[in-house]
Design a binder for this molecule. Sequence first.
Ligand SMILES: NC(=O)c1ccc[n+]([C@@H]2O[C@H](COP(=O)([O-])OP(=O)(O)OC[C@H]3O[C@@H](n4cnc5c(N)ncnc54)[C@H](O)[C@@H]3O)[C@@H](O)[C@H]2O)c1
Length: 377
Amino acid sequence: MNAFGFATAGRVLFGAGRAATELGPVVAGLGARPLVCTGADPDRQAALVARLPDPRVIFPVAGEPTVDVLRAAVEAGRAHGADVVVGLGGGSAVDVAKAVAVLLRNAGDPLDYLPVPGPPRDPRPGVPCVAVPTTAGTGSETTMNSVFAVPEQQVKVSMRSPVMLPTVALVDPLLTVGCPPAATAASGLDALTQCLEPFVSINANPVTDGLAAEGLRRAGNGLRRAYADGSDVAARTDMSVCALLSGMALANAKLGAVHGFAGVVGGLLPVPHGVACAALLVPVVEANVRAGAAAQRYRAAAALLTGRPAATVADLVAWLRETVSELAIPGLASYGLRPEHAEQVVTKAASASSTQGNPVVLHEEALHRILAEATSG
Ligand SMILES: NC(=O)c1ccc[n+]([C@@H]2O[C@H](COP(=O)([O-])OP(=O)(O)OC[C@H]3O[C@@H](n4cnc5c(N)ncnc54)[C@H](O)[C@@H]3O)[C@@H](O)[C@H]2O)c1
């Protein structure tokens, strides 16, 4: 067995309806001057924001964040004298909140703490951070990294440190009920992938195995239902559990080739992270299966996702393929990925840190085949 460690958010509070009653008191217990990072439309969460301590400052995060967005958020937090940061939105808003909370107590520019252009500085602990996801997807509420695009270098990189773990993760499935079908599909398939990759990862450990397995079971129950009927609270709850557990699993067992490719493709083109993962999922599973990797694990995943104990690896691939199609995930060509990008993407994906967790080393030909399949959809 691998030697292992385990770290997660300081406290996890989960339950439908808890944000309305508990977010205000939780934040007030940690600070008096919050910076609140929301999605593009802060009005969506106006009722919750109104319960937060005043004076407060709202920082809307429109789209997946760049380093410039992070820089602006840090400036807003410093100008306000923020002593607590709240991330109330999808993974984009939560990622910004986590990084700002740390950077408020660390001098210098955000780039100093990112692995480009040089090696990152190790940050000291920041001000408290409360992560409140409104998508069921990234699990950022329990991970120790935040992802930022650096457009000049066409890469997406992580600010990563154990001090990035939120002080409190407050997960309320009711907050995801308004999530539109396309975002439900992309974020839900991200969460599923973030359970499957740690489950077959070379860094898997007994703690992450249990978390990832339960996350897969929840995705099998809830993903298609949450997409078909966004008001189905039981399905939304399954997916919020899946996302929460996926964050715990990936933070402690790492990922695989799906995420290795997704980071590179997302740095090159404006593909939403969840869509990139969803489009790559079946081609990567098939490549790993063809290479004979993790057969027992994939069989177990087949049973968990389909709910049939005797399900085979072929059933797993069929279930994933049907789900990606039912959830209307487009091929990556529709975001501008072209055959001429392949060489560059494959080279970078092969050496990406996520790819190092893949259960088998995939050679160049296999990587090209994965990318071609994900491109055509
Ligand atoms: N830190 C991590 O561990 C981690 C893991 C995976 C992905 N990520 C990053 O997270 C980002 C993606 O996050 P995401 O998939 O949650 O998408 P997102 O936060 O970008 O949100 C997607 C869209 O849905 C909208 N939205 C969110 N919640 C909504 C709701 N309840 N109702 C209506 N609309 C809503 C947003 O405004 C946005 O338009 C990417 O930048 C990705 O790289 C981080």
